[in-house]
Design a protein around this ligand. Sequence first.
Ligand SMILES: Nc1ncnc2c1ncn2[C@@H]1O[C@H](COP(=O)(O)OP(=O)(O)OP(=O)(O)O)[C@@H](O)[C@H]1O
Ligand SMILES: [Mg+2]
Length: 255
Amino acid sequence: MTSTTQGIALRATGLTKDFRGFRAVNDVDLTVAEGGVHALVGPNGAGKTTLFNLLSGFLKPTSGTITVRGEDVTGLQPEQIAHKGVARSFQITSLFENLDPREHVELALQSRTTMGRTFWRSDRLMRQFRPRADELLEEVGLSHLATKPAGELAYGQKRALEMALVLALDPAIMLLDEPTAGMGIEDVTRTIELVKRIAAGRTVVFVDHNMHVVGSLADKVTVLQQGRVLAEGTYEEVRKDPRVITAYLGEASNA
Ligand SMILES: Nc1ncnc2c1ncn2[C@@H]1O[C@H](COP(=O)(O)OP(=O)(O)OP(=O)(O)O)[C@@H](O)[C@H]1O
Ligand SMILES: [Mg+2]
């Protein structure tokens, strides 16, 4: 590791992604400090999720590079990037309707082990993950729903379960795409507290449209607009930035 990468968890340089001629992410430079809580904000379609997909290897960049703690990971597969300690949640919930939260978390815990690629799983083998699975469910406030089919959970509970699945991977760097989307005020408050707890000893990058969430959590904010970095700084700095105000007002008046 060179001195220029010290203290930097994740860095994108000149990152660009084209979809059939449409540039969704345009020459983005992003530096995420080790241990930081970094928010990505911007109007709908600004390229936030695409940037997450690039950082986590779910999409390959058209150009540019990505490093994790100084190591070039550009073009690696999602599992390989996960192996470097980067895990992400999805903006859209993707759970197995018939499995309960405990089973979901047990599977996630198992996926970190050498058993992860085994198709066949016995109850006895899975049971070794139960104590840790129950701890994680407790952590996200789902203990009382451990055996309810995921399909029957309320929306906020599904999001909490997704958080437990990311935590099961125990990543050094967590990417959370809209962890509070669609939540009521109580769930939002609980999620803010949860993210604060899990950010201790970790690096967190999150996307959220709720400025209360951004202001409560982020020590640094990057504003994207039409695929480009529009502004960057503390929450207090960017919220006063006239370019940011215009970008959001523009969105509102177009709506
Ligand atoms: N697979 C794809 N193929 C073509 N265009 C895409 C693809 N994925 C995203 N886009 C386009 O890229 C742009 C950025 O989308 P992205 O989902 O990254 O935005 P976002 O900032 O996450 O928005 P939101 O706040 O609504 O989640 C949008 O115009 C979107 O339509
Ligand atoms: Mg998105």
